[in-house]
Each structure stands twice: as C-alpha cells, then as structure tokens.
Design a binder for this molecule. Structure first.
Ligand code: ARG
Length: 552
C-alpha cells in the first residue's frame, strides 16, 4: 500500500475528508459484489492499453495474472462454496500457471457460466469436466477440491492488507487497484491509464445486469415449464373463470394456467430485448469526453462479450437506461408473480377450496392451532412491491440529471441488486411450489357447473338457431330468472318450460349447455375449447423446449 496514495484523487486536496462523510459516501459496502465484473473489465482495459503501447507484453501478462489473483480473493462477503477451485493453488500443485488452467477450462465445450462464481471456478465433485481436467493435467485422483485447492490461506501481512483495503476502499474500483498493487507492485498504477471510474461503473453494471437477465430468463423458463406440466396433468378438468370476481364462464384449468405462461413469455421477451439493447461496451469513454489515448475500443468490447463499443462517451458514462429497463421488466414480472400469488392465496381458502396448500411451503399459526398459512404466496405478493420500488427509484434518480456522470448514480446500484436478488430468490422456489400444487378438481368442476355459467353458451345456442343475439341474451336472462326463482340450474329446466320463453329451444338444447359443450363452443385460437387448449399446450411446450428459448 505504501506504493500508492490511499485515495485515488488526493493530489489537489489540502484538507482531509470529514471522517463521517468519508465513511458515509463509500459505495464499497455494496459495490463489493461487482468484484468479478470489475476484474473482468479491468483485464479488458489492460489489453486495450497494451495494444496502444502503454504496457509491454510481459507487463500485460503480469497485470492479467495479478487481476486474476485479485478476483480469486474470497473476502468475507463471498461465501466459500463447495467445489471452488483456486486456479493459482491448482497451478502451483501442477507446476503450471493459473492462466493455463483458466485457458484450458474456457476452451472446453462443457465449460459454462455455472462453472464461474465471483470470478472463481466451481467444479462439483461429479462434474465430468473435473475428470477430464484431472486427466489433462495429470492431477492426483485424491485432490480435495473443497479443501486445499479451494481457497488460499493468506499470510498475516496479506490478511492485514486485505482488511485495511476493505475498511478504506472508497469503492470496488479503488479496492481492486489497492489489491492489485499488493499483488504486482507499482505496475498496478499503470492500469488506470486512459480510463475513469465513470466508464468502469457503467461497464460493471452492464455486466451485472446482463448476467442477472440470463439468470432470470432461466428461472422464468423453469417456472413456465412447471406451469405447463401442471396444465398437462389437469387434462380436461374445468373451473370457473371470473370477471369482476364474479363467476363468468367455465374454462379448462389448463387454460387458466397457460394464461400465466403467456405473461412469462412476454417477460422473457422484455428482458432479452433489454439485454440486446444494453450489450454495448462503455470502456474507452473516459470520464465524459472519451479516452485520452487512441484506444481500439473493439478490443475491450470483444473481450467482454459485448456486441461493440457504445456510441457516445457522454451518454455511455451517464446512461442508466439499462438499469431502468431491467428494473421495469422485473417490476412487470413482479406484477405477474403477485397476481398468481393472489389467485393461489384466494383459491386455497375454505371459501373457494380449489386447492390444498402444499405443507412444505406453508406455516402454522403460533396462536391458532388449525391454521395453515400461505406464507410463500403472501411473501411473493409483498416482494413484488420492492420490485416496483426499484423501478420507481431508478426513474426518479435519472429524471433530473444533467449530462454526464453525477454521483447520484451511485444510488442506482442497490435497488438493482435488491431487485435481482428478490427475483432470483422467488424463482428459485416458485417452480417447485407450482409443481407441488394439488387441485381439488371436483370442487372446481362443481363451481364451474353451478351458478348459470352456461348462460352464454345458451344464448349462443339460440343465436345459432337464428335468434338475434340481443334477443337471445334476454330470453336466456329470463330463463336464468326462472331458474333462480325455482332453485334450478338451466340444465334442470324442462324443454316445455323453456319453449314457453322461446320456440327456438329444441331437443338439442340440453346437450348444447353441458359443461363440455360450453367449453368447446369457444373454438377459436386462444379460446378454451378442449382441442384448442391441447394445441396451445403442445405449442407452449415446444416453444419452451426449443433451442432458441434454451439459449436465452
Ligand atoms: N462508486 C461510483 C459510482 O457508483 C463510481 C464512479 C465514481 N466516479 C467519480 N467520478 N466519483 O457511481
């Protein structure tokens, strides 16, 4: 640390910072979770300045190695998960460099994002890739990945340095610079050539959101598949549909479930669309006006998997549309999750009795012994409020900001992290919860078959007989009144009585208002006729298992 001033900007200042203000303005406590992104972006920047002649090949090599080591640090915030492999320790063990291990792994076709966490490599004991790696590098079969090779024991001096960096780093950019200095010495101070934290945070957040979108889309796909499975199991079971929360017409249970699949598919397109728009690299934008070095910005863009560099440096350093779009898409998703949660909560009540809450996702009451409470659905409904809150925070944060970077933007990080975590938490549970729902099909059917839900089908029957629909509506209304007065459903009214209301009623009337017929008369694309729902279900399954969607 003696190599470097403790601040990134102390040169022009004579007075020290007010101690309370200094602590209060730090973003490190929350932006520390951007360590992986900061390291990746710094490596890309290093390659870009090396190409511009600022670093020799040997210096670049040393810097990349150093940054990898900083990325391998497991500060308290990143839990050590079983399966973590430290490429450095592994390299030492095998007499090869950590980079050759990383490089080998990244070239393997099976290597995917599940193998990377907080910049570290994760390999489960039964991962086939582990076996191949062992063979390739001739690793001893008994190498214990959870122990020795998982994380480094630091010397007391390093521990102290790390603790000091964590206590003082202003933000993740500062932390990485401090730690890189510890690892590779004064060469680290060249890394900041031609860059600004303004473009760094813009890049890190893009990388974070891009990954969060991919995780969310995967989770959504799992939930949609769970709904499709449930719909397939429901077969031709019927339930009432509601408008104004009053029983309307019978629908297939599968049709109701597929309504949520439609919402989810829209959510997926919103997220992937936002991802496409945001996938440009701000590196090379400098503080506001563009880098002061002739950098080839495509190098960094390519290295980080972006489609290209951003268009305008003022926009790139201050644009947070991608955070706004991401949180707005999650807020909309939250609305869908909350509507589902609300319906499940309602349908599980004794009053509806359409389903039994799965015990594994419910809790009891400390006061009332008979209770089984729908905590999961209630909490989902509640958490959707946080998602709406994040989108609102971002919109209000942005609306009055003059170009370009303003420190206010630092406040945009936490709501994004919170929204991403909230959705990740929900989607980690929701597919299993959905699969475990057990419907009371008898009760749903009874509800669908009582309360004159076939009145619309009855009116349609009359209009098919040539009665104008307005008239048919009125005749069936009269029939319903007759039924209400005498405690009978429409199908219990004998033909003779019906014919007093209209001669258009014929022998085939009762068949036309049976449950199956009332379903099947909605024979349009998107309707609840049984054949249409079967087709919709097959199509939904195909869409969800198609390669395109699997790649999302
Ligand atoms: N922590 C800062 C943020 O989140 C990083 C950028 C700081 N830039 C600056 N000029 N102070 O926005």
């Amino acid at each position: 640390m003696s190599e470097q001033p403790t601040k990134m900007w102390s040169g022009r200042f004579r007075e020290p910072l007010d101690a309370a203000f200094e602590q209060w303005q730090r973003s490190f406590p929350f932006d520390v979770r951007l360590l992986a992104q900061e390291v990746a972006a710094s490596k890309a920047h290093a390659r870009m300045i090396a190409a511009a002649g600022i670093l020799t090949d040997a210096e670049l090599e040393k810097m990349i190695d150093g940054l990898d080591q900083v990325g391998d640090i497991t500060p308290e915030f990143a839990p050590i998960e079983p399966g973590f492999v430290s490429p450095r320790l592994l390299g030492a063990e095998l007499g090869t460099s950590p980079r050759s291990i990383r490089r080998w792994l990244s070239r393997q076709p099976e290597f995917c994002e599940d193998h990377v966490k907080h910049t570290r490599i994760v390999l489960a004991k039964d991962d086939p890739l582990l076996l191949r790696m062992k063979n390739h590098f001739a690793i001893q079969a008994n190498l214990n990945l959870d122990g020795d090779a998982a994380y480094e024991e630091f010397s007391a001096a390093t521990e102290a340095d790390l603790a000091a960096s964590m206590a003082h780093a202003e933000d993740i950019h500062h932390f990485v610079e401090l730690q890189l200095t510890r690892v590779i010495g004064p060469l680290a101070l060249k890394l900041h050539t031609g860059r600004s934290r303004n473009e760094q945070i813009a890049t890190d957040m893009r990388l974070f959101v891009r990954e969060a979108i991919d995780v969310t889309v995967k989770g959504l796909r799992r939930w949609a598949l769970a709904l499709v499975e449930l719909a397939e199991q429901a077969g031709d079971a019927a339930m009432p549909s509601y408008t104004h929360m009053q029983r309307a017409e019978p629908v297939l249970v599968a049709h109701w479930l597929l309504a949520y699949v439609a919402m989810i598919e829209r959510d997926v397109t919103r997220l992937t669309d936002a991802r496409r728009r945001m996938n440009l690299c701000p590196l090379g934008s400098g503080a506001v006006a563009g880098a002061t070095l002739a950098l080839d910005r495509t190098i960094a863009a390519r290295e980080l998997g972006f489609d290209g560099p951003t268009q305008n440096s003022m926009d790139a350093t201050s644009d947070r549309d991608f955070l706004l779009e991401f949180t707005q898409a999650l807020a909309t998703l939250g609305v869908h999750i909350s509507r589902f949660a609300e319906e499940i909560t309602l349908y599980s009540t004794a009053e509806f009795g359409f389903l039994d809450l799965p015990e594994a996702f419910s809790t009891g009451s400390s006061a009332m012994p008979q209770k089984k409470n729908p905590d999961f659905t209630e909490l989902m409904r509640g958490k959707s409020a946080r998602l709406a809150g994040a989108a609102t925070t971002l919109a209000v944060l942005m609306k009055g900001l003059p170009l370009a970077y303003n420190k206010d933007l630092q406040e945009g990080q936490e709501p994004v992290f919170d929204a991403a975590d909230t959705v990740r938490g929900i989607l980690g549970i929701l597919p299993a919860f959905t699969r475990s729902l057990k419907f009371n099909f008898e009760r749903m059917k009874t509800a669908a078959a009582t309360g004159y839900l076939n009145a619309m089908a009855a009116a349609t029957y009359l209009s098919n007989k040539g009665v104008p629909f307005r008239k048919a509506h009125e005749i069936v209304g009269n029939a319903v009144r007759l039924g209400l007065e005498s405690g009978r459903e429409l199908d219990a009214l004998p033909l003779a009585e019906l014919q007093e209301l209209s001669p258009a009623f014929g022998e085939d009337f009762h068949a036309a208002i049976a449950l199956e017929a009332t379903l099947d008369c909605h024979d349009v694309v998107g309707g609840t006729a049984r054949a249409r729902v079967h087709a919709a279900l097959t199509e939904a399954r195909q869409r969800l298992s198609s390669d395109v969607s699997a790649q999302l």
